[in-house]
Design a binder for this molecule. Structure first.
Ligand code: FES
Length: 49
């Protein structure tokens, strides 16, 4: 549901669209992180930690 932050990963390549409920900070988003439970990918994506 985008609250706990457990599923946070960093998007290394590719495009994503995220709709979260506060489980990630604006700073983390600016650094390329997403919550994988509430993120859609729009093509090939590579993620890391
Ligand atoms: S924010 Fe809790 S599992 Fe994704």
């Amino acid at each position: 549901m985008g609250i706990c932050g457990t599923c946070k990963v960093r998007v290394l390549t590719g495009e994503t669209v995220m709709s979260h409920n506060g489980g990630i900070s604006e700073e983390e988003i600016a650094d390329g992180y997403v919550l994988s439970c509430c993120t859609r990918v729009t093509g090939d994506v590579e993620v890391g930690y």
